[in-house]
Write a protein that binds this ligand. Sequence first.
Ligand code: RUB
Length: 409
Amino acid sequence: MSIDYLALDEELDKEEYLICEYTVKSDLDIETAGKRIAEEESTGTWTRPTTLSEDIFESYGAKVTKAEGNRTRIGYPVIDFSGDIGGIPQILSIVAGNLFGLDSLDGVRLVDVEIPPKILKRYPGPQKGLKGLRQILDRPEKPLVGTIVKPKIGLPPKEFAEYVYEAGKGGLTNSKDDETLVDQDFCPLEERVSAVSEKLDLLEEEDHKMIHAHNISTSAHEILEAADLALENGARQLMLDVLTVGFSGLQALAEDPSIKVPIHVHRAMHAAITKDPEHGISMPVIAKLVRMAGGDALHTGTYGTGKMHADISEELESKEALLGDMHGLKRMMPVASGGLHPGLIPELMGKSGNDVQIQAGGGVAGHPEGVGAGAKALSQSVDASFEGVPLDEFKKDHPELKKALEKWS
Ligand code: RUB
């Protein structure tokens, strides 16, 4: 074998390679572009090192297995990821590292990653996942339906908890902190968790199961401490902003034996990485990494129905990344959120199916009759769509839904 980084058409043993697919924008032909990536991220650099032997290349060099159109597939030998430490940071430094800055490439996008069992076996993945969340909430088939307490910041703990209680009375199964709320002086974590837990206990006594995801996104060395604080005060679910915290923070939380509650994963900042169709990392890749790291529910978008930018085919792939087979890792709950209101639910559920957590902040708190009515309207819309009844029909017997549709349709 010569040292040229190309092994085109060579069928790589999928057990022995981690395979990545990239799209590339460059004046270089696609084979050369693929070769530059493979060199940079394995045994090469901009020039041939005199220290590089054929043996080293053969054992550790990445191989370009496909180069067609603007797509290249590169196989990284499993041994490049061996050793007891390294984890997801090391995987990313290899498959999504320097390559993004190579001057000869105007754009590179990591669109897919296939992680072989030899690597995956080091990751327990979700502890609860989709099935666990459904069991906790005693909701076997219907979508979970939730809210994000609004305004994003500003409510003191008591009012915050009252919002959650009203939302639960309105039929919601889930609620959560917004991604920007953590432990600010106006709503400290400890007081917030304790006030919310009291209300969730009350709802349970009234025969309604609901959980609230408390945001503990903080510096790595404080995450477990924040989790302890929340759990001591009755937290039933924790939440992390995975990209601002980092995958390692999520993994540290998910794999800690004291964490027995599900982890809701927000993706704030993802669009800086995922939005450019010619550069960055696709959301399905991030979804696979979150599943490895142990998240139980992850925001994957609203299929263009809500306020956030959407690439619908990537959203479907993200859903598959959470729900499809991943060598034994539990399935995760996809979360559809961002600009939703009751009028959008039938279209959303047409794409998401029933395995989804639907949540609305403004679409609950902005209801003309307040949070309780907003929660009812959202639940009614989910019920109607689950039963296949058009909203115009359903609203006749459901005044809260009728009011919501008058405001937002
Ligand atoms: C929801 C909200 C969430 C977005 C994030 O509030 O702002 O943070 O869901 O987007 P509202 P994504 O319901 O009032 O819009 O889920 O796409 O990551």
